[in-house]
Write a new protein. Structure first.
Lengths: 159, 259, 77
C-alpha cells in the first residue's frame, strides 16, 4: 500500500510510520526525512505508480463506471494509483442504472481504458453476490502448476 | 451478500480423521488466544487463517462482549451464520452494518484506533522480533516466506500484538530470527505448548499448555526459556468454551492449520 | 487474498506469454503464483503473498521463482 497511496495523491513520496528496527528498509529504497516541524526522523517511500490496474467488479457500464459489491479490498487505491484501469465485470449494465444511486459507484470511467464482460472472471477466488472461493479449483491449479505441461493444460482448460 | 456461498472445498474432509492431539492443539490455541482479548478492545486479525478470527468471535461471545472485531474481509462485528472458510472472505460481512476496506482498517490502525491484533508468524525470537520474510538472505533466500503484510508498521502502531504459532519447534523460536520483519508492541506469543509474555528482559514463559511441561517447552524452544514468577499451567477449554467452539466451528475448520 | 481477483485477465496474460511484468499488490495470492509459474513476472511489490493455510499457506510458484533468483521482491506494507 505504501507507495501506491503517494501515487494516488500525486506526490513523489510518502511518510510511513513504523519499520524502526526492522530489516526491511535496507532491502528497498527507503529513505528517512526529518519532520520539518518537529525534527523527528520518519521513513519515506517513493510513489509507486503502476501502468495498469486490473480489477474484477460485479457491475460496470460500457464506459467503465463500476460498482463494487462487498469490500473493495485495495481496488480503489490501486485504481487511483495506476495510470489506467482495465475492468472485467460479471455483468455490463446501463449507465442509467448506475445513475440512480451514483454514490454507490466506486470507480469512474475517467481512467478506464477497457471493460470486458467476464462472468466468472474472478474464479477460483470469490466474487460477493456471485460465487465463493472454490477450494477444489485452487487445489487443481496447485497440482497442475507443478509442471510446465500441467500449467499449459490448465491455462487452456480455463479459457 | 445475498447469494449463499457454494461449497468451496476448503476444509472438506472427514473431521473424524483428524487425530486427537491435533484437535486438542487447535482447541487449546484458539481458547488461549480468546482469553487474551480484553473486553472493550478494538481487535483485528491477520490473513490466511481462520484461527485468530475464530478466537476473536469466541471472546466476543464469551468474556469480552464489548470487544469490537474488525475482519479483514471488511466487516465490523460480523456474526456469520457459519464460519467462513476464508479469513478474508465476504462471509465475515454478514451482520456487519458497515464495510471497512483493507485500506480503511490499515488507516484505523495507523491512527492508533486498533487495540489488539492477532497475527501468525514463521519465527519469533526471545527479543520479540518476528520474521515472516525470508530464511537466509533477502536477495536470494533459501526460503521465501509469505511476508509481513504490514506487520512492520502494525507492530509499532497497534497497542498490543499477540503472535501465535500452530507448531512449536526450535527453528520457529530461535535465539535470533533470520530476518527482522517486525518488532514493537508484541505482548504475548501463543503456541500449542506455551504462552510467552513480553517483558523488558525479553520473552518469558508465562504458561504451559495441557500436556506440556517446562522441560518439554525448553526442549522444543531454540532460545533460553525463562519462566515468569507467576508461570503456571494453562487451563484446558472449559465446558462453556467447548460449547462455543462447537457452535461457532462445528466443522472444525480450525484443525486444518494444525495438521 | 482470494477476494475478487482479476483471475481471467491474469490467465490471459499468461496465455499470451507476457514477460518482464511487475505486480504491485498488497496481498496477492493465486494471481501472483500463476504469473510466477508461467514465467511472466520479473518483479513484485507485495506485503503478504500467500494462500489460506487450509491450502498449505505458501505460494509454490512464487517461492520457486524467488528462490531461483527469477523474481525480485520488494516487501512493503
Amino acid at each position: 500500500m505504501t507507495g501506491l497511496r503517494a501515487a494516488s495523491l500525486g506526490v513523489p513520496f510518502e511518510p510511513v510510520p513504523g519499520f524502526v528496527g526492522t530489516d526491511l528498509p535496507a532491502t528497498a529504497d527507503f529513505r528517512t526525512v526529518k519532520d520539518p516541524w518537529t525534527g523527528e526522523e520518519i521513513y519515506v517511500v517513493p510513489a509507486l505508480r503502476p501502468r495498469w490496474a486490473l480489477l474484477h467488479v460485479q457491475e460496470a457500464d460500457a464506459r467503465g463506471n463500476a460498482r463494487i459489491l462487498g469490500s473493495p479490498g485495495y481496488d480503489l487505491l490501486m485504481a487511483a494509483a495506476a495510470d489506467q484501469v482495465i475492468l472485467t465485470a460479471e455483468r455490463i449494465i446501463e449507465t442509467e442504472e448506475l445513475a440512480r444511486t451514483p454514490e454507490l459507484t466506486g470507480i469512474s470511467d475517467l481512467t478506464v481504458a477497457a471493460v470486458v464482460e467476464a462472468p466468472g472472471g474472478a474464479r477460483p477466488g470469490d466474487c460477493p453476490g456471485h460465487y465463493d472461493v472454490d477450494g477444489a479449483a485452487i487445489r487443481r491449479y496447485l497440482e497442475a502448476a507443478r509442471t510446465a505441461e500441467g500449467l499449459a493444460a490448465y491455462l487452456e482448460a480455463e479459457r | 451478500m445475498t447469494s449463499p456461498p457454494e461449497p468451496s472445498g476448503v476444509g472438506t474432509g472427514p473431521a473424524a480423521a483428524v487425530a486427537d492431539d491435533v484437535r486438542a492443539a487447535a482447541d487449546q490455541v484458539v481458547v488461549t488466544l480468546a482469553r487474551l482479548v480484553r473486553d472493550g478492545e478494538v481487535t483485528c486479525h491477520g490473513v490466511n487463517s481462520i484461527v485468530p478470527a475464530l478466537a476473536l468471535m469466541l471472546a466476543r461471545q464469551g468474556h469480552a462482549p464489548s470487544a469490537r472485531q474488525i475482519s479483514i474481509g471488511g466487516g465490523l462485528d460480523g456474526m456469520p451464520p457459519s464460519l467462513p472458510r476464508s479469513s478474508s472472505g465476504s462471509g465475515w460481512l454478514s451482520g456487519s452494518p458497515v464495510v471497512l476496506s483493507n485500506v480503511d482498517v490499515y488507516q484505523l490502525a495507523l491512527r492508533g484506533r486498533v487495540d489488539l491484533m492477532l497475527l501468525g508468524c514463521v519465527q519469533v525470537d526471545a527479543h520479540g522480533r518476528v520474521n515472516s520474510t525470508v530464511i537466509g538472505s533477502f536477495d536470494r533466500p533459501e526460503v521465501r516466506l509469505p511476508g509481513g503484510g504490514g506487520a512492520a508498521v502494525l507492530f509499532q502502531v497497534v497497542r498490543r500484538i499477540v503472535v501465535y504459532r500452530t507448531r512449536h519447534e526450535p527453528r520457529a523460536l530461535p535465539i535470533a530470527v533470520d530476518f527482522v520483519t517486525a518488532t514493537g508492541n508484541l505482548d504475548r506469543v501463543v503456541t500449542p505448548l506455551a504462552v510467552f509474555r513480553a517483558t523488558p528482559g525479553g520473552l518469558k514463559l508465562e504458561g504451559f499448555q495441557p500436556g506440556a511441561s517446562l522441560d518439554a517447552v525448553r526442549t522444543r524452544t531454540g532460545f533460553a526459556v525463562v519462566p515468569t514468577e507467576d508461570c503456571a499451567p494453562v487451563p484446558p477449554p472449559t465446558v462453556a468454551e467447548r460449547q462455543l467452539l462447537e457452535r461457532l466451528d462445528p466443522d472444525r475448520l480450525r484443525d486444518l492449520d494444525f495438521l | 487474498m482470494l477476494h475478487r481477483i482479476p483471475a481471467a485477465l491474469v490467465r490471459e496474460l499468461c496465455r499470451q506469454g507476457r514477460r518482464g511484468l511487475r505486480l504491485s499488490k498488497p496481498s496477492p495470492s493465486y494471481d501472483l503464483d500463476l504469473l510466477c509459474a508461467a514465467g511472466c513476472l520479473a518483479e513484485v511489490d507485495a506485503g503478504v503473498a500467500s494462500l489460506e493455510s487450509a491450502f498449505g499457506g505458501a505460494l509454490p510458484g512464487y517461492r520457486r521463482a524467488v528462490e531461483a533468483g527469477l523474481v525480485r521482491v520488494r516487501e512493503f506494507s
